[in-house]
Design a binder for this molecule. Structure first.
Ligand code: SF4
Length: 196
């Protein structure tokens, strides 16, 4: 996050027309105090309860969905700074990590992790497979098929053969859950029936 003086913000917006200019003040201020031309309203806190909007990050992510730069504005700079910190996503610990991680606005200890597999799918980097309690490999929680491994294990197959079979199965891993597709088909077994 970078703090910009008003003149710097203006110059940045002129030089970066793709930037999303967000007024984080309340709706009342936006409407009745006035707002800069081209700004959109996404309040950081708003009436009637004046609590931080728990969906603020999601709204901004939607508004800047193709990684457009974001410029925040408020009155004193305090709300913009807090909101900016909330938008600062922490880097993932590893590519297939499920949670989007954020630190707190007061820079205190701890962090917030949001796991949103439907609205923010992370399937593309998923490296998960599951060996079920009954000896099947499922390559996705939404798999429509199980791949049997127990047969090989019970038959005393050598490690090399088992490894080759696991490799063959993993190569068939689904590319995602496709929940949002019109032809989505639910998994053959739900998690409570899988175990493992
Ligand atoms: S839905 Fe399947 S591919 Fe996507 S993250 Fe879950 S297990 Fe991985």
């Amino acid at each position: 996050m970078k703090h910009l003086e008003p003149k710097e913000a203006y110059e940045f917006l002129q030089a970066n027309p793709e930037a999303v200019f967000i007024d984080v003040r309340s709706e009342m201020e936006h409407m009745f105090v006035g707002h800069p031309r081209g700004s959109i309203l996404i309040p950081w806190v708003d009436g009637p309860d004046w609590e931080i909007d728990p969906h603020f990050v999601a709204h901004v992510r939607k508004a800047a969905s193709v990684n457009r730069p974001v410029v925040l504005i408020c009155r004193s700079g305090r709300r913009s700074a807090d909101a900016g910190l909330a938008l600062e996503e922490l880097p993932r610990n590893y590519a297939s990590e499920t949670a989007l991680r954020y630190r707190f606005a007061d820079d205190g200890a701890g962090e917030l992790g949001l796991v949103a597999p439907v609205s923010e799918p992370f399937c593309g980097k998923c490296s998960r497979i599951r060996l079920t309690a009954d000896g099947k490999i499922r390559t996705c929680l939404f798999s429509r098929v199980d791949h049997d491994l127990r047969g090989l294990l019970r038959a005393g197959a050598p490690d090399s053969e088992i490894a080759a079979e696991v490799e063959r199965i993993v190569a068939m891993k689904e590319d995602g859950h496709h929940i949002n597709d019109s032809d989505f088909a639910p998994p053959s077994r739900t998690m409570v029936f899988i175990g493992g």
